[in-house]
Design a binder for this molecule. Structure first.
Ligand code: HEC
Ligand code: HEC
Length: 245
Protein backbone atom coordinates (compact mmCIF):
# COMPACT_ATOMS: atom_id res chain seq x y z
CA UNK A 1 0.00 0.00 0.00
CA UNK A 2 2.37 2.66 -1.19
CA UNK A 3 -0.06 5.53 -0.71
CA UNK A 4 -0.70 5.00 2.97
CA UNK A 5 2.95 4.38 3.56
CA UNK A 6 3.82 7.69 2.02
CA UNK A 7 1.33 9.52 4.22
CA UNK A 8 2.62 7.75 7.29
CA UNK A 9 6.13 8.46 6.19
CA UNK A 10 7.64 11.10 8.47
CA UNK A 11 9.08 12.77 5.41
CA UNK A 12 5.57 13.53 4.09
CA UNK A 13 4.89 15.97 2.49
CA UNK A 14 7.47 14.88 -0.01
CA UNK A 15 8.93 17.30 -2.49
CA UNK A 16 6.50 16.12 -5.17
CA UNK A 17 3.59 16.91 -2.89
CA UNK A 18 4.92 20.32 -2.03
CA UNK A 19 5.11 21.28 -5.67
CA UNK A 20 1.61 19.87 -6.33
CA UNK A 21 0.14 21.90 -3.49
CA UNK A 22 2.02 24.96 -4.64
CA UNK A 23 0.65 24.63 -8.17
CA UNK A 24 -2.88 24.21 -6.85
CA UNK A 25 -2.56 27.25 -4.61
CA UNK A 26 -1.34 29.38 -7.47
CA UNK A 27 -4.16 28.14 -9.67
CA UNK A 28 -6.78 28.86 -7.01
CA UNK A 29 -5.31 32.28 -6.38
CA UNK A 30 -5.60 33.12 -10.05
CA UNK A 31 -9.11 31.78 -10.18
CA UNK A 32 -10.14 33.83 -7.18
CA UNK A 33 -8.36 37.03 -8.09
CA UNK A 34 -8.85 36.70 -11.84
CA UNK A 35 -12.28 38.30 -12.15
CA UNK A 36 -11.01 41.15 -9.98
CA UNK A 37 -8.53 41.94 -12.74
CA UNK A 38 -11.35 42.37 -15.27
CA UNK A 39 -11.30 46.06 -16.12
CA UNK A 40 -14.31 48.16 -15.26
CA UNK A 41 -15.70 50.35 -18.03
CA UNK A 42 -16.16 53.29 -15.63
CA UNK A 43 -12.82 55.04 -16.37
CA UNK A 44 -13.79 55.00 -20.07
CA UNK A 45 -17.29 56.31 -19.36
CA UNK A 46 -15.81 59.14 -17.30
CA UNK A 47 -13.88 60.27 -20.37
CA UNK A 48 -16.74 59.69 -22.81
CA UNK A 49 -19.00 62.24 -24.48
CA UNK A 50 -22.77 61.88 -23.89
CA UNK A 51 -23.52 63.92 -27.03
CA UNK A 52 -21.80 61.31 -29.15
CA UNK A 53 -23.68 58.65 -27.21
CA UNK A 54 -26.92 60.36 -28.14
CA UNK A 55 -26.16 59.82 -31.83
CA UNK A 56 -25.49 56.17 -31.24
CA UNK A 57 -28.73 55.85 -29.26
CA UNK A 58 -30.65 56.61 -32.46
CA UNK A 59 -30.35 52.93 -33.23
CA UNK A 60 -31.97 52.05 -29.88
CA UNK A 61 -34.94 54.31 -30.55
CA UNK A 62 -36.23 51.99 -33.23
CA UNK A 63 -37.28 49.77 -30.31
CA UNK A 64 -37.01 51.80 -27.09
CA UNK A 65 -38.60 55.00 -25.82
CA UNK A 66 -36.11 57.07 -23.83
CA UNK A 67 -38.16 59.77 -22.08
CA UNK A 68 -39.84 59.48 -18.66
CA UNK A 69 -43.30 57.85 -18.71
CA UNK A 70 -43.27 57.13 -22.42
CA UNK A 71 -44.97 53.85 -23.28
CA UNK A 72 -42.85 50.78 -24.01
CA UNK A 73 -42.19 50.00 -27.66
CA UNK A 74 -40.86 46.67 -28.95
CA UNK A 75 -38.44 46.96 -26.01
CA UNK A 76 -39.03 48.49 -22.56
CA UNK A 77 -38.75 52.22 -21.80
CA UNK A 78 -35.16 53.06 -20.84
CA UNK A 79 -35.58 56.12 -18.56
CA UNK A 80 -33.77 55.44 -15.25
CA UNK A 81 -32.28 52.22 -16.61
CA UNK A 82 -28.91 52.75 -14.92
CA UNK A 83 -28.84 51.00 -11.53
CA UNK A 84 -32.32 49.55 -12.13
CA UNK A 85 -32.94 45.87 -11.44
CA UNK A 86 -32.76 43.82 -14.61
CA UNK A 87 -36.07 42.88 -16.25
CA UNK A 88 -38.08 44.95 -13.78
CA UNK A 89 -40.07 47.44 -15.86
CA UNK A 90 -43.74 47.08 -15.05
CA UNK A 91 -46.08 46.43 -17.92
CA UNK A 92 -43.41 44.96 -20.21
CA UNK A 93 -43.57 41.32 -21.30
CA UNK A 94 -39.98 40.09 -21.06
CA UNK A 95 -38.84 36.91 -22.76
CA UNK A 96 -38.52 33.83 -20.50
CA UNK A 97 -34.73 34.15 -20.81
CA UNK A 98 -34.84 37.74 -19.54
CA UNK A 99 -37.23 36.91 -16.69
CA UNK A 100 -34.48 34.78 -15.15
CA UNK A 101 -32.17 37.78 -14.69
CA UNK A 102 -31.77 38.93 -11.09
CA UNK A 103 -28.90 41.44 -11.29
CA UNK A 104 -28.64 45.19 -11.62
CA UNK A 105 -27.87 47.26 -14.72
CA UNK A 106 -24.72 49.08 -13.69
CA UNK A 107 -22.16 50.46 -16.14
CA UNK A 108 -20.34 47.14 -16.38
CA UNK A 109 -23.35 44.85 -16.83
CA UNK A 110 -24.81 47.26 -19.41
CA UNK A 111 -21.46 47.32 -21.19
CA UNK A 112 -21.33 43.52 -21.34
CA UNK A 113 -24.95 43.26 -22.46
CA UNK A 114 -24.62 45.88 -25.20
CA UNK A 115 -21.45 44.30 -26.57
CA UNK A 116 -23.52 41.32 -27.64
CA UNK A 117 -27.02 40.99 -26.17
CA UNK A 118 -27.55 37.36 -27.23
CA UNK A 119 -24.25 36.41 -25.60
CA UNK A 120 -25.23 37.99 -22.30
CA UNK A 121 -28.79 36.61 -22.31
CA UNK A 122 -29.10 33.55 -24.47
CA UNK A 123 -32.61 33.57 -25.91
CA UNK A 124 -33.29 37.29 -25.52
CA UNK A 125 -35.84 38.81 -27.86
CA UNK A 126 -33.72 41.94 -28.25
CA UNK A 127 -32.75 41.32 -31.85
CA UNK A 128 -29.72 43.55 -32.03
CA UNK A 129 -26.17 42.46 -32.86
CA UNK A 130 -24.57 44.76 -30.31
CA UNK A 131 -22.01 47.55 -30.45
CA UNK A 132 -18.57 46.08 -30.98
CA UNK A 133 -16.56 49.28 -30.53
CA UNK A 134 -15.71 49.85 -26.84
CA UNK A 135 -15.35 53.61 -27.30
CA UNK A 136 -18.80 53.84 -28.89
CA UNK A 137 -20.21 51.84 -25.99
CA UNK A 138 -18.57 54.21 -23.48
CA UNK A 139 -20.18 57.22 -25.23
CA UNK A 140 -23.52 55.41 -25.21
CA UNK A 141 -23.24 54.58 -21.49
CA UNK A 142 -22.42 58.22 -20.73
CA UNK A 143 -25.64 59.16 -22.54
CA UNK A 144 -27.74 56.45 -20.83
CA UNK A 145 -26.51 57.86 -17.51
CA UNK A 146 -28.20 61.15 -18.44
CA UNK A 147 -31.56 59.47 -19.00
CA UNK A 148 -32.14 59.53 -15.29
CA UNK A 149 -33.68 61.42 -12.39
CA UNK A 150 -30.38 60.86 -10.60
CA UNK A 151 -27.43 60.68 -13.01
CA UNK A 152 -24.21 59.34 -11.55
CA UNK A 153 -21.83 62.26 -11.02
CA UNK A 154 -18.22 61.26 -11.39
CA UNK A 155 -15.99 62.71 -8.71
CA UNK A 156 -12.96 64.69 -9.78
CA UNK A 157 -10.73 62.03 -8.25
CA UNK A 158 -12.29 59.32 -10.41
CA UNK A 159 -9.69 57.66 -12.58
CA UNK A 160 -10.09 58.80 -16.16
CA UNK A 161 -8.81 56.57 -18.89
CA UNK A 162 -7.76 58.08 -22.22
CA UNK A 163 -10.40 57.07 -24.71
CA UNK A 164 -9.10 55.32 -27.80
CA UNK A 165 -10.42 56.89 -31.01
CA UNK A 166 -13.78 55.48 -32.02
CA UNK A 167 -13.36 52.98 -34.81
CA UNK A 168 -16.76 53.75 -36.28
CA UNK A 169 -15.72 57.27 -37.34
CA UNK A 170 -13.08 55.50 -39.38
CA UNK A 171 -15.74 53.33 -41.02
CA UNK A 172 -14.99 49.89 -39.53
CA UNK A 173 -18.23 49.69 -37.54
CA UNK A 174 -20.28 49.91 -40.73
CA UNK A 175 -17.88 48.37 -43.20
CA UNK A 176 -15.02 49.87 -45.15
CA UNK A 177 -17.27 51.35 -47.82
CA UNK A 178 -19.35 53.45 -45.39
CA UNK A 179 -17.75 56.88 -45.94
CA UNK A 180 -16.24 58.60 -42.91
CA UNK A 181 -16.71 62.30 -42.16
CA UNK A 182 -19.24 64.47 -40.34
CA UNK A 183 -22.51 62.62 -39.73
CA UNK A 184 -21.04 59.20 -40.54
CA UNK A 185 -21.58 57.62 -37.13
CA UNK A 186 -25.00 59.15 -36.59
CA UNK A 187 -26.31 58.21 -40.02
CA UNK A 188 -24.83 54.72 -39.78
CA UNK A 189 -26.56 54.00 -36.51
CA UNK A 190 -29.83 55.72 -37.47
CA UNK A 191 -30.20 53.93 -40.80
CA UNK A 192 -28.96 50.49 -39.76
CA UNK A 193 -31.64 50.25 -37.09
CA UNK A 194 -34.09 48.48 -39.42
CA UNK A 195 -32.24 47.37 -42.52
CA UNK A 196 -28.81 46.86 -44.00
CA UNK A 197 -26.87 49.93 -45.07
CA UNK A 198 -26.55 48.31 -48.49
CA UNK A 199 -30.05 49.67 -49.20
CA UNK A 200 -28.75 53.16 -48.47
CA UNK A 201 -25.47 52.80 -50.36
CA UNK A 202 -27.08 51.67 -53.58
CA UNK A 203 -29.24 54.81 -53.73
CA UNK A 204 -28.09 57.99 -55.45
CA UNK A 205 -30.53 60.80 -54.78
CA UNK A 206 -30.63 64.56 -54.83
CA UNK A 207 -30.85 66.34 -51.50
CA UNK A 208 -34.53 67.05 -52.09
CA UNK A 209 -35.21 63.39 -52.78
CA UNK A 210 -33.31 62.28 -49.67
CA UNK A 211 -35.39 64.80 -47.73
CA UNK A 212 -38.56 63.27 -49.12
CA UNK A 213 -37.29 59.76 -48.45
CA UNK A 214 -36.67 60.64 -44.81
CA UNK A 215 -40.28 61.83 -44.54
CA UNK A 216 -41.43 58.57 -46.07
CA UNK A 217 -39.25 56.60 -43.64
CA UNK A 218 -40.95 58.39 -40.75
CA UNK A 219 -44.52 58.47 -42.07
CA UNK A 220 -44.71 55.02 -43.64
CA UNK A 221 -41.90 52.89 -42.23
CA UNK A 222 -42.02 53.74 -38.54
CA UNK A 223 -38.73 55.60 -38.23
CA UNK A 224 -38.62 58.03 -35.29
CA UNK A 225 -38.69 61.72 -36.12
CA UNK A 226 -35.12 62.99 -35.91
CA UNK A 227 -34.54 66.23 -33.99
CA UNK A 228 -33.97 69.05 -36.51
CA UNK A 229 -30.21 69.39 -36.04
CA UNK A 230 -29.68 65.65 -36.36
CA UNK A 231 -31.91 65.50 -39.41
CA UNK A 232 -29.83 68.23 -41.05
CA UNK A 233 -26.61 66.33 -40.33
CA UNK A 234 -28.01 63.07 -41.70
CA UNK A 235 -29.29 64.87 -44.78
CA UNK A 236 -25.94 66.61 -45.33
CA UNK A 237 -24.15 63.30 -45.03
CA UNK A 238 -26.51 61.40 -47.35
CA UNK A 239 -26.56 64.05 -50.05
CA UNK A 240 -22.80 64.48 -49.90
CA UNK A 241 -21.93 60.79 -50.20
CA UNK A 242 -24.92 59.25 -51.96
CA UNK A 243 -25.89 61.85 -54.49
CA UNK A 244 -27.07 61.34 -58.07
CA UNK A 245 -24.13 60.10 -60.15
C1 HEC B 1 -34.73 45.54 -32.58
C2 HEC B 1 -35.22 46.10 -31.36
C3 HEC B 1 -34.21 46.57 -30.33
C4 HEC B 1 -33.13 47.40 -30.51
C5 HEC B 1 -32.61 48.01 -31.83
C6 HEC B 1 -32.57 47.62 -29.19
N1 HEC B 1 -33.28 46.92 -28.24
FE1 HEC B 1 -32.90 46.86 -26.23
N2 HEC B 1 -34.43 45.53 -25.97
C7 HEC B 1 -35.28 45.10 -26.96
C8 HEC B 1 -36.17 44.10 -26.40
C9 HEC B 1 -37.28 43.37 -27.16
C10 HEC B 1 -35.81 43.94 -25.04
C11 HEC B 1 -36.40 42.95 -24.04
C12 HEC B 1 -35.54 41.69 -24.15
C13 HEC B 1 -36.20 40.41 -23.66
O1 HEC B 1 -37.25 40.45 -23.01
O2 HEC B 1 -35.61 39.36 -23.98
C14 HEC B 1 -34.71 44.87 -24.81
C15 HEC B 1 -34.07 45.03 -23.57
C16 HEC B 1 -33.12 45.99 -23.30
C17 HEC B 1 -32.57 46.28 -22.00
C18 HEC B 1 -32.93 45.61 -20.71
C19 HEC B 1 -34.05 46.38 -20.05
C20 HEC B 1 -34.54 45.80 -18.74
O3 HEC B 1 -35.61 46.23 -18.28
O4 HEC B 1 -33.90 44.91 -18.15
C21 HEC B 1 -31.68 47.30 -22.17
C22 HEC B 1 -30.84 47.95 -21.08
C23 HEC B 1 -31.67 47.64 -23.57
N3 HEC B 1 -32.55 46.83 -24.22
C24 HEC B 1 -30.89 48.64 -24.12
C25 HEC B 1 -30.78 48.90 -25.49
C26 HEC B 1 -29.89 49.89 -26.06
C27 HEC B 1 -29.03 50.84 -25.25
C28 HEC B 1 -30.03 49.81 -27.42
C29 HEC B 1 -29.29 50.58 -28.49
C30 HEC B 1 -27.86 50.44 -28.50
C31 HEC B 1 -31.03 48.78 -27.69
N4 HEC B 1 -31.45 48.25 -26.49
C32 HEC B 1 -31.46 48.42 -28.96
C33 HEC B 1 -35.28 45.51 -28.28
C34 HEC B 1 -34.30 46.29 -28.89
C1 HEC C 1 -37.89 52.17 -38.44
C2 HEC C 1 -37.26 51.41 -39.48
C3 HEC C 1 -36.40 52.13 -40.52
C4 HEC C 1 -35.39 53.04 -40.29
C5 HEC C 1 -34.87 53.57 -38.96
C6 HEC C 1 -34.86 53.37 -41.61
N1 HEC C 1 -35.53 52.68 -42.57
FE1 HEC C 1 -35.16 52.76 -44.57
N2 HEC C 1 -36.64 51.41 -44.90
C7 HEC C 1 -37.42 50.83 -43.94
C8 HEC C 1 -38.35 49.90 -44.57
C9 HEC C 1 -39.38 49.05 -43.83
C10 HEC C 1 -38.09 49.96 -45.96
C11 HEC C 1 -38.82 49.24 -47.07
C12 HEC C 1 -38.57 47.78 -47.00
C13 HEC C 1 -37.48 47.36 -47.86
O1 HEC C 1 -37.42 47.79 -49.02
O2 HEC C 1 -36.66 46.54 -47.39
C14 HEC C 1 -37.00 50.90 -46.14
C15 HEC C 1 -36.41 51.21 -47.37
C16 HEC C 1 -35.37 52.12 -47.57
C17 HEC C 1 -34.80 52.47 -48.84
C18 HEC C 1 -35.19 51.87 -50.20
C19 HEC C 1 -36.28 52.71 -50.77
C20 HEC C 1 -36.75 52.14 -52.08
O3 HEC C 1 -37.17 52.97 -52.89
O4 HEC C 1 -36.71 50.93 -52.25
C21 HEC C 1 -33.84 53.41 -48.63
C22 HEC C 1 -32.97 54.10 -49.66
C23 HEC C 1 -33.82 53.64 -47.21
N3 HEC C 1 -34.76 52.83 -46.58
C24 HEC C 1 -32.99 54.56 -46.59
C25 HEC C 1 -32.96 54.78 -45.23
C26 HEC C 1 -32.11 55.78 -44.63
C27 HEC C 1 -31.17 56.70 -45.36
C28 HEC C 1 -32.32 55.67 -43.28
C29 HEC C 1 -31.66 56.48 -42.18
C30 HEC C 1 -31.83 57.91 -42.25
C31 HEC C 1 -33.33 54.64 -43.05
N4 HEC C 1 -33.69 54.13 -44.26
C32 HEC C 1 -33.83 54.27 -41.79
C33 HEC C 1 -37.36 51.05 -42.57
C34 HEC C 1 -36.49 51.90 -41.95
Amino acid sequence: MPKIRSILNPRFPTRAWVSKILCLTILLAFWGIGPGFAQSVIPLVTAANPDQGKQIALVCQACHSLKPNEPHKVGPNLWNILNASQASRSGFAYSPAFQKLTGVWDFDTLDQFLTNPANYVEGTKMVFPGIADSTDRAHLLAYLNQLSDNPVVFSKSEKVMPLPASQSGATTAFGDDWPSGPGSTMTGYACSACHSLAIVKQQGLTRADWDELLDWMVDEQGMDVLPTDQRTQVLNYLSQHFNVP
